[in-house]
Write a protein that binds this ligand. Structure first.
Ligand code: MTE
Ligand code: MO
Length: 314
C-alpha cells in the first residue's frame, strides 16, 4: 500500500483497511517521517513511498459536502452552486456509450457492458482547477486503459476524444447564453496519456455512486492536468489519428492548451498558477498552497513529455 505518494490506492481484499483507515495511518506515518522520528530505523523501510510525490503529508481529504456542492459543470450553469442545484434533472439511466474511430470494436454499448469485468478501485487524488483551487478526493473508478483495451484500438489511434452528453432539456446551461462553450463539451488525450495507469474513469466518490453534479454516471479523471480536462457524463469515446478539437481550447486557445498539464511556472494569461487555494478555503482562511509541477505526479508522468517544451505545449 502506497497511498500517499500519488500511486494508486487499491484495496485488494476485504481484510485490507479501507481508504479512510489507510489515509489516517499514512498521514501519521509520513508526518513522523518528515520530522525525522523514524529516519534510519527499520520501520522507515515499511513506510509508504516518497512523501514528496503525489499527496503530501499535510494533505487532508476535502469534505464530501464541499466536493459535491462546489462544482464546475457548465451544462448546469456558470455558478459553482448551479450543478448541485440543477443536476437532479439529468437522467443517468439508461446510459449508453458510443465507441467510434480507430478501433476494431465500435458501436453503441450500455455503460454496464463497457464496465463489465473491470474491478472498481478507490484512489485518493488531488485535483486542481485552472481557477487555482484544489481538492483531495477519494474517487472510485476503473482504469481508463482497461476500458479502452476492450475496444482494441488500432495502430492509427494516436488520440482519444471524450464527448459529454448534449441534452438541453435536462441541462439548463445548454439552453442559456453565457458560457460561450460549444456543446457538447469535448476533451481529449494523447493515446499514451490515456493509457497511463493513473487515469481512471470515475464512477463514485467517498464510497458512494458518483453524484450527478460530479459527472454521473461516469467521468474522466486525469490527476496531473487542470480540471477542465476531466470531462463529465461521457457518452462518446472516439479514437483518432489527429489531435481532437477540445472545447476550452477552441473557446480561448491562448488560455487553455490541449495538454493543460498543471504547471506552476506557466501563468494563465490572467492570473498566476504558482499557488492554489486548497478547499475548504474561506476569505479568512484561504488555505493557500504552492502548486506542484504535474500537480504532484511528476515522478509518474513527466517522462510522457520528455523533449517537449511545456511552455509552448501548455
Ligand atoms: N462536461 C463537463 N465536464 C467538466 C466541466 C464542465 O463544465 N462540463 N468542467 C470541468 C472543470 S473546469 C472542472 S474544475 C471539473 C470539476 O469537477 P468537480 O465538479 O467534480 O470538482 O470538471 C471538469 N469537467
Ligand atoms: Mo476547472
Amino acid at each position: 500500500m502506497r497511498p500517499l505518494n500519488g500511486r494508486p490506492l487499491i484495496r485488494k481484499s476485504a481484510t485490507e483497511p479501507r481508504w479512510y483507515e489507510i489515509t489516517l495511518e499514512s498521514l501519521v506515518l509520513s508526518r513522523r517521517r518528515m520530522t525525522g522520528m523514524l529516519a534510519g530505523t527499520a520501520a522507515a523501510a515499511m513506510l509508504p513511498g516518497s512523501a514528496a510525490a503525489g499527496l503530501q503529508s499535510d494533505d487532508t481529504l476535502t469534505p464530501e459536502g464541499l466536493v459535491t456542492a462546489y462544482n464546475n459543470f457548465y451544462e448546469f450553469g456558470l455558478d459553482k452552486t448551479d450543478p448541485a442545484e440543477n443536476a437532479h434533472q439529468l437522467t443517468t439511466s439508461p446510459w449508453t456509450v458510443e465507441i467510434a474511430g480507430e478501433a476494431k470494436k465500435t458501436g453503441t454499448f450500455s455503460i454496464e457492458d463497457v464496465l463489465k469485468g473491470i474491478a472498481v478501485e478507490e484512489r485518493i487524488y488531488r485535483f486542481r482547477c485552472v481557477e487555482a483551487w484544489s481538492m483531495v478526493v477519494p474517487w472510485m473508478g476503473v482504469p481508463l486503459a482497461k476500458v479502452l483495451a476492450k475496444f482494441e484500438p488500432t495502430g492509427n489511434a494516436k488520440y482519444v476524444e471524450f464527448t459529454t452528453l448534449k441534452r438541453p432539456k435536462e441541462m439548463p446551461g445548454q439552453r442559456a447564453f453565457g458560457a460561450g462553450i460549444e456543446w457538447p463539451y469535448v476533451e481529449g488525450l494523447r493515446m499514451d496519456e490515456a493509457m497511463h495507469p493513473l487515469v481512471i474513469m470515475v464512477t463514485g466518490l467517498y464510497g458512494k455512486p458518483l453524484p450527478k453534479q460530479n459527472g454521473a454516471p461516469w467521468r474522466l479523471m486525469v490527476p496531473w492536468k487542470y480540471g477542465f480536462k476531466s470531462g463529465k457524463s461521457i457518452v462518446k469515446i472516439r479514437f483518432t489519428e489527429r489531435q481532437p478539437r477540445t472545447s476550452w481550447n477552441v473557446l480561448a486557445p491562448n488560455e487553455y492548451g490541449f495538454f493543460a498539464n498543471v504547471n506552476p511556472a506557466v501563468d494563465h494569461p490572467r492570473w498566476s498558477q504558482a499557488r492554489e487555494r486548497r478547499l475548504p478555503s474561506t476569505l479568512f482562511a484561504p488555505n493557500w498552497r504552492e502548486t506542484l509541477p504535474f500537480n504532484g505526479y511528476a515522478d509518474e508522468v513527466a517522462s510522457l513529455y520528455s523533449g517537449m517544451d511545456l511552455r509552448r505545449f501548455y
